[in-house]
Design a protein around this ligand. Structure first.
Ligand SMILES: Cc1cc2nc3c(=O)[nH]c(=O)nc-3n(C[C@H](O)[C@H](O)[C@H](O)COP(=O)(O)OP(=O)(O)OC[C@H]3O[C@@H](n4cnc5c(N)ncnc54)[C@H](O)[C@@H]3O)c2cc1C
Length: 226
């Protein structure tokens, strides 16, 4: 088994300070922030690249506010995305009302519809400008490393065989079906919802503006940017 740490975990200089499992936006964000603070961090991702279909591509004003606080807003907004300034609610064909993101947040008067692969690539490109950041693709986490009663890193499967990454802090940001959660035996609180959600994309109409339309039919709801 190869080792990222060189072995003795008492020697903190040999250890990664942080190890993150995933390159979803949570994992990439934490990795970026740790690397920016000078922490040596390894992000492990099971897939090969960012080129997949994701759910959830609207970055709300609060998210833009966060980007602003991190001096990332102009950078992220320089990538392809669409501004959504208003929302309108329809019941069947009847327009019931509308809201403006300006009313939600004057400083951030829009939401940003940005394809997730674009966002993730942008975060990754920024993170890897920091020498303390490293990311391994195609490296699913398979095992947790323990030292006494603490988790001291992970073992990931790579093309070159198992890779041991020792770290002072291990973060599992590997999504809803988290392997880290299962391996650690952590319980989640689960809330049941009355409905199911079907996710699909349709082309934006040619006359589309900067509006998000929400359509409610009998017991169903459809969201789309106009
Ligand atoms: C239908 C729907 C619509 C949504 N709409 C929005 C929206 O408009 N705006 C919004 O902000 N949010 C939205 N969300 C929520 C949003 O999608 C999630 O909150 C977000 O994706 C969570 O990000 P994450 O990084 O925690 O996890 P994920 O995006 O799930 O990333 C987890 C990553 O971990 C990797 N991974 C898995 N197992 C391993 C392993 N063993 N080792 C290493 N890596 C592993 C996966 O490959 C993946 O890259 C929506 C969610 C749904 C379901």
């Amino acid at each position: 088994m190869r080792s990222e740490s060189g072995g003795d975990t008492d020697d903190a200089s040999d250890d990664r300070n942080g190890c993150l499992c995933s390159r979803g936006r949570a994992g990439l964000f934490v990795g970026l922030l740790l690397a920016k603070a000078g922490v040596r961090v390894t992000v492990l991702e099971s897939h090969d690249n960012f080129d997949r279909e994701y759910r959830g591509e609207v970055l709300q004003p609060r998210f833009l506010q966060l980007l602003q606080q991190l001096n990332l807003r102009d950078y992220i907004e320089s990538f392809p995305g669409a501004k959504v300034r208003q929302g309108t609610l329809f019941y069947k064909n009847k327009r019931m009302g509308s809201f403006s993101f300006e009313d939600v947040s004057g400083a951030f008067p829009y939401a940003l519809w940005m394809p997730q692969p674009v966002l993730l690539q942008a975060l990754y490109d920024k993170a890897r400008t920091f020498p303390s950041f490293e990311m391994l693709f195609h490296a699913p986490v398979k095992q947790l490393l323990h030292e006494g009663d603490r988790i001291a890193g992970v073992v990931a499967e790579t093309a070159d065989g198992p890779l041991e990454v020792r770290a002072r802090l291990t973060v599992g940001a590997d999504g809803r079906f988290s392997a880290v959660r299962k391996l650690g035996g952590f319980e989640i609180e689960y809330e049941h919802y009355a409905g199911d959600l079907v996710w699909f994309t349709v082309p934006k109409p040619a006359d589309g503006g900067e509006e998000l339309r929400m359509l409610i039919t009998d017991g169903q709801r459809l969201y789309r940017p106009a």
